[in-house]
Design a protein around this ligand. Structure first.
Ligand code: NAP
Length: 303
């Protein structure tokens, strides 16, 4: 059974290249004829590991190509994922499996609700990759991929294919808890690095602000039925800040490069959940308002 990879950006290329080199059947789905022509001109996908590039001539096609899709890996940004799936939905077999690599929360639930006949598997990845150029991706940080299905705890048999491809994977019985925890860490760190225009480590100078945010995020997690994900949130936030002290956060990099952020699925999702639960959380809301104003001033979408 073929893996269809929707979106040949950083993570999509990282997954596709590793699946292809393990001899597994993979097809890329690119957004339009122009991107397909650029891909063909590049002669395939290049993955750079430890400074060494290797090229994989993975077949690529357009969303309306013929052929049923049984297993779809969605590697678009959270704000593009639903519209991208809609372009291929007519090709999806009944009980098609859709793996969702998006950061944050909200896009996965919207997709699962719109295509209830599919099995949606949510993925939380701590791997790191970036695009050096079109169809040229650097594997920047090894990590783990947690996969899970909030509606069905039975792991799919094809997890063995990920092992075969050297893609670090773990099946999670509570993928929502993992995604919430990651979202909370992101909300405690990334927006402040944008507003203070600093590296992660410089948040040491803003300890009370980080602590107050962690307290409100813990309250939100507990009220959302994610009490376990609230445990030790502040100490883990400091562990992440120390471990990544020299780095600029992904949101900081997006803003610096004039790229749309995934704020709607991170801080935006936290605030929308607080609204639905009737929680005040004044610091989180103030942070959201400041970040949106900052994005507006930089000519970037506020959501
Ligand atoms: P990315 O490099 O921007 O790649 C996204 C890709 O989606 C682009 O190649 C884009 O095509 C493609 N795309 C968008 N709409 C499409 C459509 N309708 N049809 C086909 N392709 C479409 O993003 P990324 O960094 O891989 O991130 C993907 C998700 O993974 C995000 O939610 C991110 O937060 C999460 N994540 C990323 C990392 C990482 O290290 N990169 C780590 C953990 C989680 P074009 O090239 O034509 O624009």
């Amino acid at each position: 059974m073929s893996w269809h990879v929707l979106g040949a950006g950083s993570l999509g290329s990282l997954w596709a290249a590793r699946l292809a080199r393990a001899g597994l059947p993979v097809r890329l789905i690119l957004r339009n004829p122009q991107r397909l022509a650029q891909y063909r001109k590049a002669g395939g996908l290049s993955l750079i590991e430890h400074g060494q590039p290797a090229r994989y001539a993975i077949p690529a096609e357009l969303p309306d190509a013929p052929g049923a899709i049984q297993r779809l890996l969605v590697a678009c940004k959270a704000y593009d994922a639903e519209a991208a799936i809609a372009q291929v939905a007519a090709r999806c077999a009944p009980r098609c499996e859709i793996l969702l690599l998006q950061n944050g929360l909200g896009s996965q639930q919207a997709i699962a609700a719109r295509w209830p006949q599919a099995r949606c598997i949510f993925v939380s990845s701590t791997e790191g990759a970036y695009r050096e150029d079109d169809f040229r991706v650097v594997f920047a940080g090894r990590g783990q991929n947690w996969l899970g299905d909030p509606n069905d705890a039975v792991p799919p048999a094809w997890l063995a294919e990920l092992d075969q491809a050297g893609i670090a994977q773990n099946w999670s019985d509570d993928i929502l808890a993992r995604l919430w925890r990651k979202l909370a860490l992101n909300c405690a760190i990334n927006p402040l690095t944008v507003l203070h225009d600093c590296r992660n480590g410089e948040l040491r100078q803003h300890r009370p602000q980080v602590a107050a945010l962690c307290a409100e995020l813990g309250e939100l997690l507990a009220a959302s039925g994610q009490a376990a994900a609230a445990q030790g949130l502040e100490s883990e936030t400091w562990r992440v800040i120390e471990a990544t002290a020299a780095n600029y956060s992904s949101m900081h990099q997006d803003v610096r490069l004039g790229r749309r952020t995934e704020i709607h699925y991170l801080l935006g999702h936290a605030c929308a959940t607080a609204d639905a639960l009737g929680l005040r959380l004044p610091r989180l809301r103030a942070l959201h308002a400041q970040l949106r104003a900052h994005l507006r001033r930089h000519g970037l979408p506020e959501d």
